[in-house]
Design a protein around this ligand. Structure first.
Ligand code: FAD
Length: 448
């Protein structure tokens, strides 16, 4: 591509890398979770990887890219599931991981560089008696800006909600994609929504101020259930009990727990599980409630995890799918939000229609102040048509589906703020060079 060699000459080989194998590796995320995306996106790659060492260098690279009309795809840890960082038009993969400074840290809030990993943030915060409000199960690799621009919520969302909930993301500094890139200070719910879950389309995040929580020494507990309804009923009770301080209530239908390979010494593998992270002071109440619902607690689970240096979070959220895929690489998943009052009936209807083609996995979260059964059911994949039929049936029975089998932002189902994002893109990226091809909006530069 014209301009790439000049880019390397201008910034040097340390900052701009052209070696094909490396560029290819850096042009991938976890798109292969989807058999549909795998077919569509295999083989796409950028022309180079640029790794700015500071914001000035980043600004110069963006300016150069605009002058030469080179596409730019911002990249953090590359753990996204929808091919978000896969360049569809070549150009520059912008590795942001060197922008990893702690800019400000005080009680209740911190400002960090875009490329800092959430694992590092969590470690640093522990020294100040604080922790992240919530984080994705990929937090060891995932970056702060990658989470904000590509994620939704995670461990802790049961208490604090998602990225869109007010008071979680406080302020962003964003750089525009123009000859003379501007630095924007963004705050306020509607302004922030122009950059949350935007796939990097409307600007490059330089840093983010986020709210923090006081540190809790969480206790991990897991109970097994013979009956799926017992497991769900128990999980709902814990999720909705405001007196119980918790960070995670994760429910997996059998046989999903059988694939948690490192947990085999403590799980039967044949039952449904409820995994909980709660404050130690609440463990006794939770334990008793579990027994009332016929749960069998795995004794010494917390100590087992510590002894094996395992993280409970590795068995929640989309890590559940990952364990299943290790044994069944052809399978996949969907993202479904069941109705809080009708989820029993909705799940029953799905089971009637598809049997064990749909393996239930529920993460209880708070969204807009309401406790909801958010779900990432694992799907035993046969054909694309069947996969889409399952998602269609979900919609017919009132389950809200976020389609993880598309790389188009508006088709992914989290499109409440799509107009805001597209307007910001038009203002900040007049040539449509940021992650082109990830929106189909006519009139938006860089649309498919
Ligand atoms: C096993 C597994 C479990 C997961 N669990 C969760 C979960 O619990 N919750 C959840 O929300 N997600 C989850 N995900 C999805 C993903 O891991 C997270 O959303 C993660 O936070 C993405 O961060 P990242 O740094 O890897 O982003 P990347 O994949 O590198 O990028 C994601 C998006 O952000 C954009 N981007 C990156 N940096 C910038 C920047 N500086 N400015 C502008 N745009 C930028 C990219 O262009 C891309 O569109 C999971 C994925 C896997 C594979």
């Amino acid at each position: 591509m014209n301009g790439i060699d000049e880019l390397q000459q201008a910034f040097g080989e340390d900052v701009v890398r052209l070696d094909e194998a490396y560029v290819k590796k850096m042009s991938r995320d976890y798109y292969w979770y989807s058999p549909v995306l795998k077919k569509q996106l295999d083989g796409y790659a950028g022309d180079c990887v640029a790794v700015p060492r500071n914001e000035e260098e980043l600004s110069d690279i963006l300016s150069f890219a605009v002058q030469h009309r080179l596409p730019v795809v911002p990249k953090g840890g590359g753990t996204g599931n929808y091919g978000q960082i896969i360049p569809l038009n070549g150009g520059i993969v912008l590795d942001t991981t060197k922008l990893d400074k702690v800019k400000q840290l005080k009680d209740g809030a911190g400002t960090f560089g875009a490329g800092i990993t959430l694992g590092k943030v969590e470690r640093l915060l522990a020294e100040t008696g604080q922790e992240l409000r919530f984080y994705p199960s990929t937090y060891m690799k995932s970056t702060l800006a990658g989470f904000i621009a590509g994620g939704t919520g995670g461990i802790g969302s049961i208490e604090y909600g998602t990225l869109w909930d007010e008071g979680n993301v406080l302020e962003l500094t964003v750089m525009t994609m123009e000859e003379k890139p501007r630095r924007l200070s963004v705050c306020g719910r509607e302004e922030l929504a122009r950059y949350i879950h935007n796939y990097g389309l409307s600007g490059v995040i330089l840093d983010a101020a986020i709210a923090l929580a006081p540190k809790t020494k969480w206790q991990n507990m897991i109970a097994e259930f013979d009956d799926w309804h017992d497991a769900l009923r128990f999980s709902e009770q814990i999720a909705k009990d405001r007196r119980i301080k918790k960070r995670l209530v994760s429910v997996c239908a059998a046989p999903l727990p059988a694939f948690f390979q490192p947990l085999r010494p403590v799980l039967s593998g044949s039952r449904h599980t409820v995994l909980i992270q709660a404050a130690p002071g609440d463990a006794a109440v939770i334990s008793k409630a579990g027994l009332v619902h016929n749960g069998k607690w795995a004794a010494g689970f917390d100590a087992f995890l510590q002894g094996k240096r395992l993280r409970a979070t590795d068995f929640s959220w989309n890590h559940v799918t990952l364990w299943h895929l290790k044994d069944h690489p052809a399978d996949t998943y969907i993202q479904a939000r069941f109705h809080p009052d009708e989820y029993w009936t909705q799940m029953k209807k799905l089971t009637e229609a598809f049997g064990d083609e749909v393996l239930m996995h529920v993460e209880w979260i708070k969204a807009g102040g309401q406790i909801l059964p958010s779900s990432q059911p694992v799907i035993r994949y046969t054909t694309d048509e069947r996969l889409f039929a399952i998602m269609e049936r979900c919609r017919e029975i009132g389950v809200r589906v976020s389609n993880p089998h598309t790389y188009l932002l508006e088709e992914g189902g989290k499109d409440d703020w799509i107009d805001h994002i597209c307007r910001a893109k038009q203002e900040n990226d007049p040539y449509g060079l940021l992650n082109p091809g990830k929106t189909k909006r006519p009139g938006v530069a860089g649309h498919v």
